[in-house]
Design a protein around this ligand. Sequence first.
Ligand code: ATP
Ligand code: MG
Length: 603
Amino acid sequence: MRLSQMLFVTLRDDPADAEIPSHKLLLRAGYIRRIGSGVYAYLPLMWRVLQKVSQIVREEMNATGAQECLLPQLQPAELWQESGRWDTYTKAEGIMFALTDRRQQNLALGPTHEEIITTVARDMVRSYRQLPLHLYQLQTKFRDEIRPRFGLMRGREFIMKDGYSFHGDEDSLKKTYQDMYHAYSNMLRRCGLKFRAVEADSGAIGGSGSTEFMILADAGEDEVLYTEDGKYAANVEKAVSLPPDAVDSAFSSYEKRETPGTDTIEKLCNFLQCDATQVVKNVLYQAVYDNGVTVLVLVSIRGDQEVNEVKLQNELTRLAPQFGGKAVLKLTVPDKEAQDKWAAKALPLGYIAPDIGDDYIQAIKDVSPKFLRLVDATVTSLKNFITGSNESGYHVVGANWTEQFTLPNITVDIRKARPGDRALHNPEQLLQTARGIEVGHIFQLGTKYSQAMGATYTNEQGEEKPLVMGCYGVGVSRLAQAAVEQSYDKDGIVWSVAIAPYHAIVTVPNINDTQQMAAAEKLYLELNKAGIETLLDDRNERAGVKFKDADLIGIPYRIVTGKALANGKVEIVKRATKESQEIALEDVVVTIQQWITAATSQS
Ligand code: ATP
Ligand code: MG
């Protein structure tokens, strides 16, 4: 492609609305253009990158025996009602774009495709002989994200590879899951990315085991906790650890103490000269289930620890049937206004005890009349602890479970693991922290969707069984931007050869110099003919501008038909290292071919 004929517009300055380097660079280098919030045009250079990433994804998927297909983006509401996700996706997370057609039918723009694929399998898979089966697609997804940002990182319209597998049993699912683990690792390696596979929360998609693939970068929205020995890595949402040991309590007898102005743990510990590990902190949450029932949740956790709201949400989902619901639509720390809706009297906030009376809750429709009391495992073994007294300005000290308080019967792990905590697999290993960009997520779904939607098969014994499922997603457009986030310098993008939009760019310093132009045209032809994807910068611009642009767009090899032509040579500059060398005209094609082979086979 000739730059003189391309839509090629670069910006000298950083665009005002871009915060992170990769977003700034993709805008500046003319790869993408913002059309609306979380909506971008992929311009020709970007589209080539996306196609290269897609091709790598395809090759790795096909190598596992998965088959490509294309599923509809317009999805009938009934299917989402059958799976029980219509409300969670349109109301709770509200992440799904829903619309009504001219016949007043509800539809959604696909944010993910479990419902569609399960419908296909329900209709077409009959027998164990058809299993296992794995279908995937590369397609635009739509999600009404709460905070679209960082360009392609969190868009409202983005490209995803999503695959779904069907099995007769868990063992078969586990095998495909392992295959996907390897396929994803290969994809990322081939794209030239540094990544880490981490244990992950399964979120609204559901199911048991799941692994996320994280690109390590400071701008990552996710926090990863890992150990140096390489044996443990998890998203902080999911991470587990050993909490620090609690300090022995200084209080040996139970009493109520006046503790004015101590509505936070820090103030309380200063006032009582105690350690936060001796305190039972009671945190109030408000959960609204999909059937409209509000449940007040009291979480008792050690004073030095924080509640992991993802774990709490999972726990509340598990308990949903107890309240006649299926899913949690909303989980919040109730503010004054929310409390006013259900509190029978002013709550002793900051001084709440584990046994706060249910009479604080008004008897009203759709509000569960009792607190749901959950204790985190960190508090069950505390002795002579300090906690609230249910009276503002007072705490109790020297308290014990079974003496002054009854241990609520639901003990859970809803603690946030933190950097510095000891690892479960080896307490000598301490958790370290890193930022990551989630580019892939693989799940063992089990029978959640097949059961809800009646997708069954007949096994070898002639029995009808629900299909066991897995699902596997790669954020293709996010991955492409993450690659930039991981590889750039002060002059611009540094693409890896495997996903660069072009391999080489022939830069003509002065297009009015016929010798320069002729040599460039010849190289341009030869390179492209040899399968080396090459640009020709034949614009009527100063050499300096062309060099700057070539660096900005990040093409791996720049060939300059300048002064060296006098000796029958051209200058070739490697973008990544800025290393430059002069090479005889007739050796250019072979040399670059070798470099490309070396760069794409080692990764
Ligand atoms: P996140 O936690 O970042 O919102 P997710 O858990 O919702 O991601 P999945 O539903 O597992 O993501 O989707 C599979 C992949 O699609 C993700 O791993 C990610 O790479 C990509 N992805 C998800 N949401 C977006 C988005 N809004 N913009 C771009 N890519 C996305
Ligand atoms: Mg999401």
